[in-house]
Write a protein that binds this ligand. Structure first.
Ligand SMILES: *Cc1c(COP(=O)(O)O)cnc(C)c1O
Length: 386
């Protein structure tokens, strides 16, 4: 037994992050400025894209991305049901309609053939979510988008860094959106980034993320900038602060190290669970490099006397934090009632939801903590076999 709790997640905050924030505070420039610009440049280089627009959340990035692609009233956007509400709510904020799509049973990524079946004459875009950090079937999605003239906005909240057929997520789709929320693979406290190779979309996202104003904040407010600006649209207030960017710069430079640590944890979980038939990790396709933001197991309920909720309670008794990603959108009251969805319309997501548990996977996990998770999972299963 261990004597402290294992949290579900813990961000890695070291001297570089603290020094970066302190230095920013001492400059007196706290809002969007040089640090944000530097963070954008380093991020664009890291994922291999021409433009990166920093904002204060992934939700904001998704919102300005769809706006830049002129998604609006009368349009439909394909959204996986196996995601967080942010992915779908932004579609509604633009007056368009999110059309939910089932997931693949083995990866929980969007089921491309189900997506195809839900395309209508109004469908304009698809938002694949790289579930847990495993890239979706991007060839299938690109083929679909070509045949049906759809824009692709990737929700890469989990997928930094991740690769599809050797190419970094962030360099593939029309626009890709990342999250720096505190539980994600790197954090700015709250923050996000939209990447694209299209200069017009980048410019539009920049403008809309700061009140629809035609200049970057740092130029507008800085001494060398002019007082003059023009409002081009009714924009949003979505800019990232330099305090957050200072955190982000320090975190981005450690992103590969964090990923290696998570990969090692995932490998230990995989080998420990290989001989427990009641516990099935998600499948990982050979053509991807996984970010391992989440480590999800599926319980074989038919051979256990406990359900998923009870399993989570047992983990809690052993002082292990866990979570469920996700409660599918079609099961939430809002989406269920607003769009009259039935669980049977999404058989794979509904089936998976009853069985999934996300285990702790964060870079600072100790060997003892990892071992405690694997032995606890084994113990719980052995005590609950039918
Ligand atoms: C966390 C998350 C978001 C939202 O990110 P924020 O930065 O908190 O806005 C969007 N989509 C998915 C799949 C997420 O997990």
């Amino acid at each position: 037994m261990i004597n402290t709790d294992i949290p579900f997640h813990l961000p890695v905050i070291e001297d570089e992050e603290i020094r970066g924030v302190e230095e920013t505070l001492r400059t007196g420039w706290l809002t969007t400025g040089r640090k944000t610009k530097l963070f954008e440049e380093e991020f664009a280089r890291y994922v291999g894209t021409n433009h990166a627009v920093a904002v204060n959340s992934c939700t904001a990035a998704l919102h300005v991305a769809l706006e830049a692609l002129k998604i609006g009233p009368g349009d439909e956007v394909l959204v996986p049901t196996m995601t967080f509400t942010a992915t779908a709510e932004v579609v509604l904020h633009l007056g368009a309609r999110p059309v939910l799509v089932d997931c693949d049973r083995e990866t929980l990524n969007i089921d491309v053939s189900d997506a195809e079946g839900k395309i209508s004459s109004q469908t304009r875009a698809i938002i694949p979510v790289h579930f847990g950090g495993q890239p979706c079937d991007m060839d299938g999605i690109k083929d679909l988008s070509r045949r049906h003239n759809l824009r692709i906005v990737e929700d890469a909240a989990h997928a930094l860094p991740a690769r599809y057929k050797g190419r970094m997520i962030g360099s593939l789709g029309d626009i890709t959106c990342f999250s720096f929320y505190v539980t994600k693979t790197i954090t700015t406290g709250e923050g996000g980034m939209a990447t694209t190779n299209n200069p017009e979309w980048a410019d539009r996202m920049r403008v809309m993320s700061l009140h629809g104003i035609s200049k970057d904040a740092w130029k507008r407010y800085s001494a060398e900038g002019s007082w003059y600006y023009e409002v081009l649209s009714a924009g949003f207030k979505y800019n990232l602060t330099d305090i957050g960017a200072a955190l982000g710069i320090a975190q981005l430079r450690k992103c590969d190290r964090f990923q290696r640590a998570r990969q090692a944890i995932a490998a230990q979980y995989n080998s420990s669970f290989a001989d427990i038939p009641e516990v099935a990790p998600l499948a990982v396709h050979a053509e991807v490099e996984h970010a391992w933001h989440l480590y999800v197991i599926r319980l074989d309920l038919a051979s256990l006397r406990i359900d998923r909720n009870e399993f989570i309670e047992r983990l809690k008794e052993k002082r292990i934090g866990s979570s469920v990603h996700f409660i599918p959108l079609h099961l939430h009251p809002f989406y269920r009632d607003q769009f009259a969805y039935e669980p049977s319309q999404f058989p794979n997501a509904t089936f998976a939801f009853e069985r999934i548990v996300s285990l702790p996977i964060f870079p600072s996990m100790t060997a003892e903590q990892i071992r405690h998770v694997t032995t606890s999972v084994r113990e719980i299963v052995e005590q609950s076999r039918r």
